[in-house]
Design a protein around this ligand. Structure first.
Ligand SMILES: Nc1ncnc2c1ncn2[C@@H]1O[C@H](COP(=O)(O)OP(=O)(O)OP(=O)(O)O)[C@@H](O)[C@H]1O
Ligand SMILES: [Mg+2]
Length: 393
């Protein structure tokens, strides 16, 4: 059928035509926004899940919800090798720019921007003169606030000041952090401390995170009270009903239907994982001659979908691994699809567990595997074991 009208959207962070099966999380976030705006004590949210389950999409939806309530919003994507100071500064700059036109006292905004600039210029890279980055803020940097160089102190002061600007407008500020497991350890600790401080003063600023399933343990390793700061929402594959809706509703807009058998086959192939739902749906649409999309169409199109996934979803990640890391993952895949004991991987490779720690640690750092619980590891990518078992070794 006409590929131009194809509604499905496989791709990182691509907004799905129908955000299926996430009503509970959306409702929870609605409550968070409402409570924070009213100065009620409330834990912020952190969304966790495997690759491709829709964390980024959900975070973006949360951001739109906050914007609809006229909140100031900003978003960063954490990187393992980068301090969050600059990205946070840029994100809060965006948030304040959203609020500024509605604020009656321009000097309050300018005052905050001065603090923000001082905060941003405390970046170690900027201090050494090695970077030409300038925050693009016209006002002069202020002194004596958020510029100590200690990220914990500076973030706390910055957040308090930002929250106070939002309070003037009876709204809030939401800072979204994607790939939050990649925030450096020292920065995680500073971030939690700043959120903790803010939660005590009731300032309307929240940090909303998304990351891989081990993010809660990253946060609690840094600050034991992190569980009281964040409400963890683990998102997973879609159940049958939601997966069907993700396919049916966008098609219906284009007056296209699926037969029941086609939906059965699609659920079997995609296993409810949102990325796969979009990928199989897209190819089935393109190859089906006309509505309704039948099981025959699904059968004919599935190999093409699998090929695209093998290149774009699995392959691109596999390529990032070194030969030693690949051996490690192949050994994991041979053992099974449940989280596997690291000692079993060592046994399978005939090595001492300690000699495999570097490979394991760098795979964790690359976001390909995670430690499900002590001594156990699992793939962050759904169906990765199956993909690896089909690869020639
Ligand atoms: N609730 C949903 N219903 C239908 N499709 C969805 C849903 N959530 C996400 N998708 C689709 O799944 C794909 C992956 O979404 P997204 O990039 O948000 O995942 P992610 O969890 O952030 O993955 P990663 O860990 O790789 O960053 C996108 O193509 C998106 O359109
Ligand atoms: Mg993502």
């Amino acid at each position: 059928m006409d590929p131009v009208r194809n509604p499905y959207a496989p791709g990182a962070g691509q907004r799905p035509p129908e955000l299926a099966g996430r009503d509970r999380e959306l409702q929870q976030f609605e409550v968070v926004l409402e409570r924070v705006a009213r100065g009620r004590p409330e834990r912020s949210m952190v969304v966790t899940g495997l690759r491709g389950v829709g964390k980024t999409v959900l975070l973006n939806t949360f951001k739109s919800m906050a914007m609809q309530r006229l909140w100031g919003t900003g978003k960063i994507e954490a990187r393992p090798d980068q301090s969050i100071r600059r990205p946070v500064a840029a994100a809060l700059h965006m948030a304040i720019r959203e609020l500024a036109p509605r604020h009656r006292a321009p000097e309050r905004i300018e005052e905050f921007l001065g603090v923000l600039k001082a905060f941003a210029m405390r970046d170690p890279g900027a201090a050494k003169g090695t970077s030409h980055w300038s925050p693009g803020i016209e006002v002069p940097a202020s002194r004596g606030r958020a510029d100590s160089g200690d990220l914990e102190i500076d973030l706390t002061e910055l957040f308090v000041d930002a929250a106070s600007v939002a309070t003037d407008l009876a709204v809030g500020i939401a800072l979204f952090i994607d790939e939050m497991q990649d925030v450096q350890a020292a920065d995680v600790s500073a971030l939690c401390a700043a959120c903790h401080e803010l939660s005590q003063t009731g300032g309307p600023l929240i940090v909303v995170g998304a990351g891989l399933p081990h993010l809660p343990s990253v946060l609690s390793a840094s600050k034991s009270y992190s569980e009281r700061l964040f409400r963890y929402a683990r998102i997973d594959k879609l159940d049958r009903e939601a997966a069907d809706l993700a396919l049916i509703l966008p098609a219906r807009e284009e007056e296209v239907e699926f037969t029941q058998e086609a939906l059965d086959a699609l659920y079997e192939a995609a296993d409810g994982y949102p990325y796969f739902v979009q990928a199989y749906g897209k190819v089935a649409w393109d190859l089906a001659p006309h509505t309704p999309i039948t099981i025959e169409d699904v059968r004919v199109s599935s190999p093409e979908a699998e090929e695209e996934l093998a290149v774009g979803f699995f392959g691109s990640r596999y390529e990032r691994a070194t030969p030693a890391e690949r051996d490690y993952m192949h050994a994991m895949a041979q053992i099974g699809d449940e989280p596997v004991p690291t000692s079993d991987v060592a046994d399978a490779l005939g090595r001492k567990p300690s000699s495999l720690s570097p490979a394991r640690d760098s795979l964790i750092k690359k976001g390909l595997i995670y430690s499900a619980e002590r001594g156990l590891i699992a793939f962050t990518v759904p169906h990765f074991g199956k993909f690896l078992r089909a690869q020639p070794v």
